[in-house]
Design a protein around this ligand. Structure first.
Ligand SMILES: O=C(O)CCC(=O)C(=O)O
Length: 276
C-alpha cells in the first residue's frame, strides 16, 4: 500500500488553533495483529505534525469480519485500551480512538475509546445505530449511552459511521455547547457523496466543526475510498482526503469561528423543542 502525506487545505495565522490529525487507514480484514502494528506506525508518523488530537477510523482492529468475532474481538477492550493509553501518554496527545470490535459479557460491540494526553480514558462509546445492510445487527449489540467529552478545554462529542444518518442523535450530543463532532467510519465508496453531504449538514445544523475519518482499501463485500473530512461550522470543507491510498492528514482550524457563527444565527436558542 502506497503512502501519501495529505496537504493542509486551509491554515490561517493568529487564531485560536486546534490541530487534528486524521489517520485515513486501510484495515486488513479479520487480522488484528497486522492492524495494531499498522495503527501504531501511523500514530508515530502523525505525531510529528504535533496535533492536539489523533483520530482513527471505525472497527480498525478487525474490519467487518463479523462472523469471526468470537476469535478476534478484543475482550473487555483491554488490549486496545492499553495500546491507546500507552501511545497517548508517550506522545502526550489526545486520541479519539475510532472504534474496535469488543466483547463484553458474551456480547459484541462496536466500541470507541477516547484518551487524554496523560493516557487517561476520557470517554467510551458503543455504536448506537447498527447498520443492517452490512449485517452488523446480526452480530453486534447496540449501545445506548451518549459520547460527550472534553479534550484539553474543547467540548466535543463522538459518533460512529451510520450514526450520522440520525440527526436527532447528533443534535442531542451537540446541544450542550460541543464545539467539535468526531466521526469514525467504514463508509463504502458507492455512497461517498451521501457521506460528504450528511457531514456538511451535521456541521451546519449544529454549528460545529466536524472531524470525520473514513478508511480506504478493500473488504470482501465493499470498497472504501476515504474522503475523510474536516468541515467548519458553516459547512465549508477545510480538508478532504481525496485519494484512496492510506495516510495521515493534518488540519488546523480556529475555534473562535464558532462564536461568530453561533452569534449571527442562534439556532440553539431559536429551537422550539416543545413542538418536536
Ligand atoms: O449509512 C451508510 O451508508 C454506511 C454506514 C456504514 O457503513 C456503517 O455504519 O458501518
Amino acid at each position: 500500500m502506497k503512502e501519501r502525506q495529505y496537504e493542509i487545505i486551509e491554515s490561517r495565522e493568529n487564531m485560536k488553533k486546534f490541530k487534528v490529525s486524521l489517520l485515513q487507514l486501510d484495515i486488513v480484514f479479520g487480522d488484528p495483529e497486522t492492524n495494531y502494528i499498522n495503527v501504531e506506525k501511523y500514530i508515530k508518523k502523525a505525531v510529528s505534525d504535533k496535533p492536539d488530537v489523533l483520530v482513527l477510523p471505525e472497527m480498525w482492529n478487525t474490519g467487518y469480519a463479523l462472523d469471526k468475532l468470537g476469535d478476534i474481538a478484543d475482550k473487555g477492550g483491554q488490549r486496545t485500551k492499553n495500546f491507546l493509553s500507552n501511545l497517548a501518554k508517550r506522545f502526550a496527545v489526545n486520541i479519539v480512538g475510532g472504534s474496535v470490535a469488543t466483547e463484553e459479557a458474551g456480547k459484541y460491540y462496536n466500541t470507541s475509546y477516547i484518551f487524554g494526553r496523560k493516557g487517561n480514558l476520557i470517554s467510551q462509546y458503543q455504536k448506537v445505530h447498527l447498520f443492517g445492510l452490512m449485517n452488523e445487527d446480526d452480530f453486534i449489540s447496540a449501545g445506548s449511552v451518549q459520547n460527550q467529552f472534553v479534550l484539553d478545554d474543547v467540548k466535543a462529542a463522538g459518533v460512529i459511521c451510520y450514526d450520522i444518518r440520525f440527526p436527532e442523535w447528533e443534535r442531542k450530543l451537540m446541544s450542550k455547547g460541543q464545539q467539535i463532532l468526531f466521526v469514525s467510519a467504514q463508509w463504502p465508496a458507492k455512497r461517498i457523496e451521501q457521506w460528504r453531504m450528511l457531514l456538511c449538514a451535521r456541521a451546519i445544523e449544529n454549528q460545529s466543526f466536524v472531524v470525520a475519518v473514513n478508511r480506504v482499501g478493500e473488504a470482501p463485500k465493499n470498497s472504501f475510498n476515504g474522503h475523510s473530512l474536516v468541515i467548519d461550522p458553516l459547512g465549508k470543507i477545510l480538508a478532504e482526503g481525496t485519494t484512496d491510498v492510506e495516510g495521515v492528514f493534518t488540519c488546523e482550524f480556529d475555534l473562535d469561528d464558532l462564536t461568530e457563527v453561533r452569534g449571527s444565527i442562534p439556532v440553539f436558542k431559536d429551537r422550539r423543542p416543545e413542538l418536536y
